[in-house]
Design a protein around this ligand. Structure first.
Ligand code: IFM
Length: 447
C-alpha cells in the first residue's frame, strides 16, 4: 500500500509538471505573439538611487571556503581521482573558517551591509545523531563578528554539501531521510535563531538534482533520471518542514529558498517551437518549484548568471552556446545583464520580496567586473521601478573559492585569495561595487 501510494504520488507529480509546463508554454507563446514585453525605458537621471535599507552583500558557501570539512560527501568526492579539475583540494586553501574576522574587515571596507553564508551540516552533525557543540559555537562567533561590524547575516542551511553518512543512507533519494534534515535544522535554529532574521532553507535544489543525478559531475554522481521526481518531492517537503521549524521558533523570521534562474530564450524570436521549449524549460527548472512551495516562502532568493538560447537549427547543443554568445563567456556562460531585468519581472507574479542572492563573474575572463556589476545593478534598478520588490543584492562571491568540480579555475571573488599563502587582497575590479554599496546608488552610464 505504501509503495502504491508512492508510485501514485510520483505519477501525479510528473503529470502536474507536464500540465503546468504546457500551460506555461502556451501562455508564454500567446504573450510573445500579442504582447512582447521586452526591455524597459532608460532613466534620464544621472544617479539611480535604491530604496532605503537596501542590502548590499556578498555570498559564500561553507564547503567552498571553509576547508577541512572532512565529514562531507564532497570531501570524499574530491579525494577521488579525476573528479575535480587539476586535482584541486579544499583543505588549507581558503580557510575562511580560521580567517573569517579578517574577511569581514575586508567586507566592511567594501561597504557591505550584509553577508550570505552557509552552515556546514557535516560539521554540525558529523555522525548521525551526534551534534557538535563546538561547531555551533563557531557559527555563533561568526554571527557575533558580523554583528560587531553591522553586517546583517543571511544564513543558508544547506548549500550542496551533505554529511557523508546522510549520502550513505540514500540522501535526498529517500523520503524518510527528510527527517534527518529537519533534526539538523531544529538544532541550528534552536541555537542561532536569535541572531538570524533571514534564512534560506536550501541553495539551488535543481542544480543539485541536475549535477548529482543527470550530468553526474557532483556527488553522488549517479546518472539516474528515475530519481528526479522523488528528489524533487523530498526537497520541496524538506523546505516546507524547515520553514515551519524556523517560524515556530521565531514568527518574525524571513524564510526563502535560493533558485538558479538563467534567462532562457528562443534563438529565433519568431520560432514558435523554440518559444515553447524555452518557456517549458524555464518553468520546469525554476517556476514549478516556486509554485509548489509558494505558501511557505517569505521571500525568493534569485540567482542570475547568464542567458541561454534554444536553437533548433543546431544539430546538437540545442540549449546553445551560440558563437556570438560564446564571445562573452567563461565557464560556458553568456553574460547578458538585460536578462536580469527579464528574469526579475517573471518573479513579480508571486508578490513576494526578492533578494538577488547570487550574481557574479569569474576573473580569468576579459569581462570587467566593475562594468559587469554596474550593468546588472542598473537592470535590477529598472525591475524595481517596474514593481518588483527587490530588497538586496549579493555578489557571488566574497572570496575566491572552490568552484565545485571546476576547482579553483573560476575565481569569482571580490577578494583575491593567494592559494599558497591565504593572503587576502581586495581586487581592483571590486571597488565600484564598494561605491555602489556605500551610496546605495549606481551611476547611470547609459545617458
Ligand atoms: O559557486 C556556485 C555556487 O555554489 C552556487 N551558485 C553558482 C555559483 C557559481 O557557479
Amino acid at each position: 500500500m505504501k509503495s502504491l501510494n508512492k508510485n501514485v504520488l510520483v505519477i501525479i507529480i510528473v503529470i502536474t509538471m507536464l500540465f503546468c509546463c504546457l500551460m506555461s508554454s502556451f501562455c508564454s507563446v500567446l504573450s510573445f505573439k500579442y504582447n512582447n514585453p521586452h526591455g524597459h525605458e532608460i532613466s534620464d537621471e544621472e544617479i539611480l538611487i535604491f530604496p532605503e535599507n537596501f542590502l548590499w552583500g556578498a555570498a559564500t558557501a561553507s564547503y567552498q571556503v571553509e576547508g577541512g570539512n572532512v565529514n562531507s560527501s564532497w570531501w570524499r568526492f574530491e579525494q577521488e581521482e579525476g573528479r575535480i579539475k587539476n586535482g584541486d583540494r579544499t583543505d588549507g586553501i581558503i580557510n575562511h573558517y580560521g580567517r573569517y574576522e579578517e574577511d569581514f574587515d575586508l567586507a566592511s571596507k567594501l561597504s557591505l551591509n550584509s553577508y550570505r553564508f552557509s552552515i556546514e551540516w557535516s560539521r554540525i552533525e558529523p555522525q548521525k545523531g551526534e551534534f557538535d557543540e563546538k561547531e555551533i559555537e563557531h557559527y555563533r562567533d561568526v554571527l557575533q563578528a558580523l554583528k560587531d561590524r553591522d553586517i546583517k547575516p543571511m544564513v543558508t542551511l544547506w548549500h550542496h554539501s551533505v554529511p557523508a553518512w546522510f549520502e550513505d543512507l540514500g540522501g535526498w533519494e529517500r523520503g524518510e531521510n527528510v527527517d534527518y534534515y529537519t533534526e539538523y535544522v531544529n538544532y541550528v535554529v534552536a541555537n542561532l535563531s536569535e541572531e538570524v532574521e533571514l534564512w534560506l532553507t536550501m541553495n539551488e535544489p535543481m542544480a543539485y538534482i541536475t549535477c548529482g543525478y543527470v550530468s553526474a559531475k557532483w556527488p553522488p554522481a549517479k546518472q539516474d533520471l528515475t530519481q528526479v521526481p522523488g528528489l524533487f518531492s523530498n526537497l520541496t517537503l524538506a523546505h516546507k518542514e524547515a520553514y515551519s521549524i524556523i517560524h515556530e521558533k521565531d514568527a518574525n523570521a524571513q524564510v526563502g529558498i535560493a533558485e538558479h534562474s538563467s534567462y532562457i530564450v528562443p534563438y529565433h524570436e519568431k520560432n514558435i517551437l523554440e518559444n515553447i521549449i524555452a518557456s517549458t524549460i524555464d518553468y520546469a527548472w525554476v517556476h514549478y518549484l516556486i509554485d509548489i512551495v509558494k505558501d511557505e516562502l517569505d521571500f525568493i532568493g534569485v540567482h542570475y548568471y547568464y542567458k541561454q538560447s534554444i536553437n533548433l537549427s543546431l544539430a546538437k547543443d540545442v540549449l546553445t552556446k551560440d558563437p556570438e554568445e560564446i564571445e562573452n563567456q567563461s565557464l560556458d556562460r553568456a553574460y547578458y545583464p538585460e536578462g536580469l531585468y527579464e528574469v526579475l519581472l517573471k518573479y513579480k507574479r508571486y508578490e513576494k520580496p526578492i533578494y538577488i542572492t547570487e550574481i557574479g563573474v569569474p576573473d580569468y575572463h576579459e569581462i570587467d567586473r566593475n562594468q559587469f556589476i554596474r550593468e546588472h545593478v542598473r537592470e535590477m534598478y529598472y525591475a524595481i521601478q517596474d514593481g518588483v520588490d527587490v530588497r538586496g543584492f549579493y555578489y557571488w562571491s566574497l572570496l575566491d573559492c572552490f568552484e565545485w568540480s571546476e576547482g579553483y579555475d573560476a575565481e569569482f571573488g571580490l577578494i583575491d585569495v593567494n592559494l599558497e599563502t591565504q593572503e587576502r587582497t581586495i581586487k581592483d575590479e571590486s571597488w565600484e561595487y564598494a561605491l555602489i554599496a556605500g551610496c546605495n546608488c549606481v551611476y547611470n552610464d547609459e545617458l
